[in-house]
Design a protein around this ligand. Structure first.
Ligand code: HEC
Length: 105
């Protein structure tokens, strides 16, 4: 009996872990300190970002470089009055987070 409970817990952890993998990555990369999925925080809600860009797959690479480098000083801000600082996370992680963001609608 105990064996089955252990197995069930193991499967549960594995399955829910897979579903939230990119949200975890977003958290580890520090994105969720400024972004929430469905509400504006310091930066725009990730759902609003998806609504604006998800139709165009080429945006993924552009946004990855932009998030890595941060908002360009002097360039008009897209979402309001706050600029995004450069991000320390490796570009492949940022890209994975953005790919996940684009699936939020
Ligand atoms: C210190 C706060 C902060 C952190 C940390 C942060 N962001 Fe942002 N982000 C912002 C702000 C502010 C904006 C809005 C900039 C603007 O209006 O141009 C923004 C905008 C964006 C945009 C939209 C850019 C555009 O051109 O429309 C994306 C996508 C994004 N962030 C993704 C991320 C990801 C992914 C991470 C983590 C790797 C992250 N952000 C970390 C504050 C942050």
């Amino acid at each position: 009996m105990e064996k089955y409970i252990f197995l069930a817990l193991f499967l549960l952890t594995f399955v829910s872990g897979a579903v939230h993998a990119d949200q975890t990555l977003a958290m580890q990369s520090g994105c969720l300190g400024c972004h929430k999925v469905d509400a504006k925080l310091v930066g725009p809600a990730f759902k609003d970002v998806a609504a604006k860009y998800a139709a165009d797959p080429s945006e993924i690479d552009r946004l990855t470089s932009k998030v890595k480098a941060g908002s360009t000083p002097g360039e008009p801000l897209v979402w309001g009055s706050v600029a995004m600082p450069p991000n320390m996370a490796p570009p492949e992680k940022i890209k994975q987070v953005i790919e996940w963001v684009m699936t939020l609608q």
